[in-house]
Design a protein around this ligand. Sequence first.
Ligand SMILES: *Cc1c(COP(=O)(O)O)cnc(C)c1O
Length: 368
Amino acid sequence: MTIRFSDPVAQYEAHKTSIDAAIGRVLESGRYLSGGEVPAFEKEFANFIGVDHAVGVANGTDALELALRSCDVGQGDEVITVSHTAVATVAAIERVGATPVLVDVDPDFLTLDPQRLSEAVTDRTKAVIPVHLYGQPADMDAISEIARNAGLRVIEDCAQAHGATCHDRRVGSLGDVGCFSFYPTKNLGALGDAGMVVTRDERLAEEVRQLREYGWNSQRESIVVGGNSRMDEVQAAVLREKLKWLDDDNATRAKLAARYGKVLATTQFVLPCLRRGAQHVYHLYVVRTAARDDLLDHLKSHDVIGGVHYRQPVHWQQAYRDRLRIASGLLVTEQVAGEVLSLPIYPELDEKGFQQIVTALLSFYDGK
Ligand SMILES: *Cc1c(COP(=O)(O)O)cnc(C)c1O
């Protein structure tokens, strides 16, 4: 049996009855957009995160873009983030016309290095986007303090960290705005595209609400220049069902991660570091080794398909190469790009599958 690093079909099959019922409910209602499912999901998700406002949008990239716009970030402004992330983080900054300023990650946690953040701040810096990469919260204590002193908005990229916590507070509730993606493979995944902006600030929420639908006010008059970034009712209905299992699913991921940790403790792989006071939700279980590409091939020969997040940091990619500012050397970023490998981890991974992966991993150094 082939095992991939994520398996959305397994999740559908595990909860087929309630997902099918949720979809059926929407199909029969005749309200495929702007019905009751999106507002209900917004309320439930806001509760889950621990904020007052959640605004459903079409995808995670739009969530970031609209969050930036709601914070008045645009032409001439700089936004600091990392290069070791999904390209979407940087794409959103580009789309609002601001200049992405990319800084290095911390060598242990692979999230934004606060020291590099403070070095990169200029009088044009308007916001910082910490990415809670792989499911592990960034160093929000240090980042928040630097942002407060420099007057920066903090926009959290939570696309990989639904449910993760810092000092028992969920990511998304720690900065000014939190942005989520419900891409099918994420910890909370839709059956297509969907995203969410969460905030405690009513004014920012209202702004995002206008921007996501033609700049409309409640009278359906366009009072700002907006676009269309609606979440559809089918996705909201499915996500409402899946939200009920998210904490359990994350706990199962954590158990699998702990087992990987135990099994791999004696190997030469560098294992994920856990931040004190934070709870990792293991969107990905990423190990590091200089022999990454050989390990990928070896796993493949055992029918195990690993992933690489990410092979090319954003500042190496053709579209972005000349359009951003690199604040200082990105030494850690460039090194880990050659070392990171994502092992299969998802709540439905069964014992047989897990053993197949472990056998493949432990035989890697045999005969070398
Ligand atoms: C998935 C992801 C996004 C983008 O979300 P989409 O829904 O695909 O637009 C943004 N940032 C990070 C870190 C992601 O993993």
